[in-house]
Structure formats: structure tokens, C-alpha cells
Design a protein around this ligand. Structure first.
Ligand code: GDP
Ligand code: MN
Length: 395
């Protein structure tokens, strides 16, 4: 679960990671009032679950309360990177000497925690990693290992800190590590970490993602007003609908609706579609042994998506049975109807029974089968994927 900047900064302050005493504004008047109280130029930042707000116009500055009101109104009435802005985080504008980067995440390749420091902050770290990898210093440690303070020192030194500042900055590294562990985070990032003209370190931005599977360990989040929500970002309307039906579902950029067996088969199908030059419109998991009703709902999600031009269905009956699968598809065809071309393959557990269900139902209602091509073990999966790509291109 990703946190908003203002939420992550709440946690930062608990761990003594320095932030400025900002405030959330939801109206123009609140923004104006904050600027009046601050008596200094302010920065206004759109609170959305996405980075790169600066480039997208989601970070604005104002010298006077009147201007703060205007800027706030602009932000609250537009959407940034496709997300409507309901809240703005306001802070006093700092005089910046340097922008640094500090982050902690999990390295999925070797299952280690990796602490990263970079003397070039305020830009995307992935970009620096490509251009100037030597600027990034990394420390890797096992997930159950303690963090030694001298690592903090070494990273702080890499960031150019000296004397008293060396101590201060290494303390920030240690605090960030403690925060990462305490909240079962997958990622914590301070980008930029400001060094101000008057020599203070202040977290300019705060990004945090928590492990969804560990959220039950953190009832204190709710007490702080941080609600449990979707994994990494705001949900689309279709994702919300799917969640209501308890179907794991994600919208993607392409135009081929993916109606897979389980998640593994779904990932493989995704690769096949890409290999043959197509693009999936979604990722979906049916869960082990889905009921016919659930399968019908999965198809509703695809058929009603205006971006979907063709549907790729591949079912390998294992725990889930092909007869249940066929029943689900038939319920959907009868009750909803299929408006998109669909190519479907079914093999494995109870496939003959599945075929029989399709045949019988087709005898009764041939018209509802007009958009669907059904295959069994005789057709390799590659041909099904190729056919789906072809069908999408024809539309
Ligand atoms: P992001 O683009 O979504 O990562 O938003 P950030 O919160 O990181 O802000 C983007 C950029 O705005 C920073 O890298 C800074 O250059 C600038 N910025 C943000 N706050 C301040 C501030 O208080 N003073 C100054 N001078 N610049 C700021
Ligand atoms: Mn940032």
C-alpha cells in the first residue's frame, strides 16, 4: 500500500526524520490561511499516489497568501497525471543548497534490503542509475540483520556531509532504516532530501510503500487516520468493481482482454500476447476453483471495457474444472452476451465434459456463440494467442 506524502511525513516525524511543519489544505481558503500564518513564500504540492508531480505541474510556489489561494485553486480543480487532486500539502518554501537522495527498498533479485544514497537528488533515481551509476552508493543487508551506525556514516560521507552534519545525516539514515523495519515497508524514499542554505537536512518529499500482507500488524495506522487501501495507486472504476467481486484484477494499456486460468497461466498468456505483437488490456486471476458465477463476472469486466477489442481465453483445468469453466462462460453468454470476438482454449481436468456443455448449449442457442471460437487440446496455445492478436488487429 502506497502512502500519500503527507501520511508518510507523519511517520517520518515519529522517527525524528526532519520535515518542515506543513499542513494539508483542501480549499483555497485553507491554503490562504496557511500562507498568512507562515508569513513566508510557500510551496503547494498535489497529494496523489504518484511521483513526478514536479514535472507534471503538481508542485507550485507562491510568494503571497493571495497567490497561494490562486495556486491552490488551480491544483484543486485540475487533475495531475490523470488523478484528481483533493488535498494539497503546504510547506514553507526552503532555500536549497543541494538536493540529495536517500532510499531503502527490497532487492528482489537476492532478497536483501538495500539502502541507497545518491548525491544527485530531486530527479528520478532510475535516470541517475542509467546515466551516472557511480553517484549511487548501496549497502545490502539480510532482512533480519541489524543496521550498523557506521554504515550510516559511510552513506552520509558519500553524500558530502562533514563534521556535525555527518552525525546528523547518518542519524537520518538510521532513522529511515528503523522506520522501514517498524512498518514492514517495501520502499521508503526521501527524494529530495534537502540540504538548506542554512545547513539543515530536511525531507523535501516522502514516499512509502507498505507490504499489504503485513498491514494487519499495524492497527496504529488507522488510529493515525491512514486508511488501508489499494496496493500502489488509485484504483480505476473497473478495478473497484473487480475488487467488489473479489476478483484480483488490474487494468493495463493494451486492447486484448485476458481471460486466464490462474495467475501463472495469466502471466504466461501475457508473454505470449506480447510475443505475437499484441498488448494485454488487463491482468486477472480467477483464483483456484472459481464458481461459474465468478467466471461470468470476469467476462463482464472484459466485454464491457471499451478498450478491449478481442478476448483471449485459456483454461488449463487443474484444481479448477473445465466443466465449471464452460458453465461460467455459458451463463455469461446467456445472461450478458458477448459483443467482442473471443478465442478460447480449454484443456485438462474434465475437458470432455466442458466440450459437451458447450456443444449442447450451442445446439439450443447457436446465436449466442457467434463471436466465440472454442478450441481444445488439438490447438497449441501459441495459435490461440496469435489468433487473439489477429482478431484485435481486425477491429
Ligand atoms: P515529485 O516531483 O512528485 O517527486 O515532488 P517533490 O516533492 O519531490 O518536489 C519536486 C521538486 O520541487 C523538488 O525536487 C524541488 O526541486 C522542488 N521543491 C519542492 N519543495 C521545495 C521547497 O521548499 N523549496 C524549493 N526551492 N524547491 C522545492
Ligand atoms: Mn520527489
Amino acid at each position: 500500500m502506497r502512502l500519500y506524502e503527507y501520511e508518510a511525513k507523519q511517520l517520518f516525524s515519529q522517527f525524528n526524520i526532519p520535515i518542515t511543519s506543513g499542513q494539508v489544505a483542501e480549499t483555497k481558503e485553507q491554503a490562504k490561511a496557511f500562507a498568512e500564518k507562515t508569513k513566508k513564500p510557500v510551496v503547494l504540492k498535489a497529494q496523489i499516489l504518484s511521483g513526478g508531480r514536479g514535472k507534471a505541474g503538481g508542485v507550485k510556489f507562491a510568494d503571497t497568501p493571495l497567490e497561494a489561494g490562486t495556486r491552490a485553486e488551480e491544483l484543486l480543480t485540475t487533475s495531475i497525471k490523470g488523478f484528481p487532486v483533493n488535498k494539497i500539502l503546504m510547506d514553507e518554501k526552503l532555500d536549497i543548497e543541494k538536493e540529495l537522495y536517500l532510499g531503502i527498498t527490497l532487492d528482489r533479485v537476492n532478497y536483501k534490503i538495500v539502502v541507497l544514497a545518491c548525491s544527485e537528488g530531486g530527479v528520478e533515481i532510475e535516470e541517475v542509475a542509467r546515466r551516472n551509476p557511480h553517484l549511487i552508493k548501496k549497502i545490502s543487508l539480510d532482512v533480519d540483520q541489524r543496521f550498523f551506525p557506521f554504515w550510516g556514516m559511510s552513506l552520509a560521507r558519500h553524500l558530502g556531509a562533514k563534521g556535525e552534519n555527518l552525525k546528523k545525516l547518518s542519524q537520518i539514515v538510521v532513522s529511515l532504516f528503523n522506520l522501514f523495519k517498524q512498518y514492514d515497508a517495501k520502499l521508503v524514499e526521501i527524494n529530495p532530501l534537502f540540504l538548506t542554505k542554512d545547513g539543515r537536512y530536511i525531507a523535501g518529499d516522502a514516499r512509502m510503500s507498505l507490504d499489504d500482507d503485513a498491514l494487519f500488524r499495524h492497527p496504529e495506522l488507522a488510529e493515525m487516520g491512514i486508511e488501508i487501501r489499494h496496493e500502489e495507486g488509485e484504483m480505476t472504476e473497473r478495478e473497484k468493481l473487480a475488487r467488489g467481486w473479489e476478483i484480483p484484477y488490474l487494468d493495463l494499456d493494451g486492447d486484448i482482454g485476458m481471460f486466464p486460468g490462474g495467475a501463472g497461466f495469466g502471466i504466461m498468456g501475457n508473454d505470449f500476447i506480447h510475443y505475437f505483437g499484441g498488448k494485454p488490456a488487463n491482468f486477472m486471476d480467477s483464483g483456484g476453483g472459481p464458481s461459474p458465477e465468478r467466471l461470468a463476472r470476469m467476462l463482464i469486466l472484459l466485454d464491457e471495457n471499451p478498450k478491449v477489442k478481442a478476448i483471449f481465453g485459456a483454461r488449463f483445468g487443474g484444481i479448477s474444472r473445465c466443466d465449471d469453466f464452460a458453465k461460467g462462460v455459458v451463463i455469461f453468454l446467456k445472461e450478458h452476451g458477448l459483443t467482442k470476438p473471443m478465442v478460447l482454449r480449454m484443456t485438462g481436468n474434465m475437458w470432455q465434459e466442458g466440450v459437451r456443455i458447450f456443444q449442447e448449449s450451442k445446439k439450443e442457442h447457436p446465436e449466442i456463440f457467434k463471436n466465440i471460437e472454442i478450441h481444445g487440446i488439438e490447438t497449441p496455445i501459441e495459435e490461440i494467442a496469435q489468433r487473439a492478436v489477429e482478431l484485435a488487429k481486425q477491429r
